[in-house]
Design a binder for this molecule. Structure first.
Ligand SMILES: Nc1ncnc2c1ncn2[C@@H]1O[C@H](COP(=O)(O)OP(=O)(O)OP(=O)(O)O)[C@@H](O)[C@H]1O
Ligand code: SF4
Ligand SMILES: [Mg+2]
Length: 331
């Protein structure tokens, strides 16, 4: 059953150039399950995460959770239900507070019925449950990267009763064996507390490890979404296939050369205003797409590449959708 339904979210940043950081994103997050969101740097993952936690207002679109619009909730109401584990734990933990006080502060907000004098012991207990073994009197800058993530996870999942965790690159810049420990901790606590998760990473290995379903994002758009098995074993979109071909088992990275992704990257996900002033609303992956440049594919088959990047259901599949008409034709 869907916990959150996201419909047509768009976020445009204005500046010298308009940037459509998130462009008509629709997806659902199932109760108690993990949806992985994967895509390269700058594709709009954090912007989407900030919108779904009500930290940023979208230009258009809606997110419904338990029948209520997320964007109509106060910050306080949102944080009771949805918590974010930020991409940079150093920035998310107040540098002037001791670790125990960071957790106590959250307890004071979300578990007011716990008496003040009991909050220190309760905070220590929560830190024990995430296997935090350093002193609780330390400040964030005195902690290792892994310890900071443990504190962030304790605060996000164990304090109060959140229903959804949005984990934005929660293990970036950690050693591989620490990454696995932190991901296992996250998955264990999530299952225990029956919390859903939007797990964001640029690394398909990690997303596969953590997720029940996977959404693949490119230049602000979801280009393919489906169950983990469908995306890993039956990917159809050329971008997903490229991500899969670049995927290395953890520890193998040093042994193999990565295959370059052909084509070029539009520097930013803009509305693609052409030199003649016309707006190109074609497929967001066209500039890189091998199929689009394949001369054996007749031009009439490619005509729709210039039309847009709508997601279409794959065959009879309930959940597998792809934004590529040629991939569907070939399927
Ligand atoms: N506040 C802002 N003002 C203007 N542009 C922004 C703002 N925040 C993000 N952007 C732009 O929106 C696009 C998406 O950025 P975002 O941080 O969401 O990407 P990301 O997928 O999380 O990248 P990374 O993997 O590097 O964290 C980028 O082009 C970025 O420069
Ligand atoms: S719609 Fe066309 S350009 Fe886009 S991914 Fe498919 S073949 Fe490539
Ligand atoms: Mg990001």
């Amino acid at each position: 059953m869907p916990l959150m339904i996201v419909k047509g979210i768009k976020k445009q940043f204005s500046g010298t150039r308009k940037v459509n950081a998130v462009n008509m994103v629709s997806l659902s997050i199932e109760t108690g399950q993990t949806l992985g969101l994967v895509g390269e740097s700058g594709c709009g993952k954090t912007t989407l995460a900030r919108i779904l936690t009500n930290l940023e207002k979208p230009t258009a679109g809606e997110a419904i959770m338990d029948g209520d619009s997320v964007f109509s909730m106060s910050r306080r109401q949102t944080s009771e239900k949805i918590r974010m584990i930020f991409q940079s734990p150093a920035a998310a933990l107040n540098p002037q507070m001791k670790i125990v006080d960071i957790i106590k502060e959250a307890i004071g907000v979300h578990e007011k019925d716990i008496a003040r004098k009991e909050r220190t012991d309760y905070a220590k207990e929560l830190l024990r449950r995430v296997n935090y073994s350093n002193s609780v009197r330390k400040y964030p800058h005195q902690l290792s990267g892994g310890e900071k993530r443990r504190v962030a996870i304790a605060r996000a999942i164990l304090v109060g009763s959140p229903k959804l965790i949005i984990a934005d690159e929660p293990v970036s810049a950690l050693d591989v064996h620490i990454q696995i420990k932190i991901m296992d901790l996250l998955a264990t606590l999530q299952a225990e507390r029956k919390v859903a998760c939007l797990f964001i990473s640029h690394d398909l290995n990690m997303v596969e490890y953590m997720s029940h379903r996977i959404a693949v994002m490119f230049l602000g758009r979801i280009v393919e979404i489906g169950s983990r098995d469908e995306i890993i074993n039956n990917a159809l979109h050329p971008y997903t296939k490229r991500l899969l071909s670049a995927m290395l088992p953890i520890g193998e990275a040093a042994k193999r050369r990565l295959k370059a992704i052909a084509g070029y990257l539009s520097w930013a996900p803009t509305d693609d205003v052409q030199e003649d002033g016309t707006v190109d609303i074609g497929c967001c992956y066209r500039s890189r797409c091998e199929m689009y440049r394949d001369s054996s594919i007749p031009s009439h088959s490619k005509a729709e590449c210039k039309m847009g990047s709508e997601l279409h259901r794959v065959g009879q599949s309930i959940d597998h959708k792809v934004a590529c008409h040629l991939a569907l034709l070939k399927h």
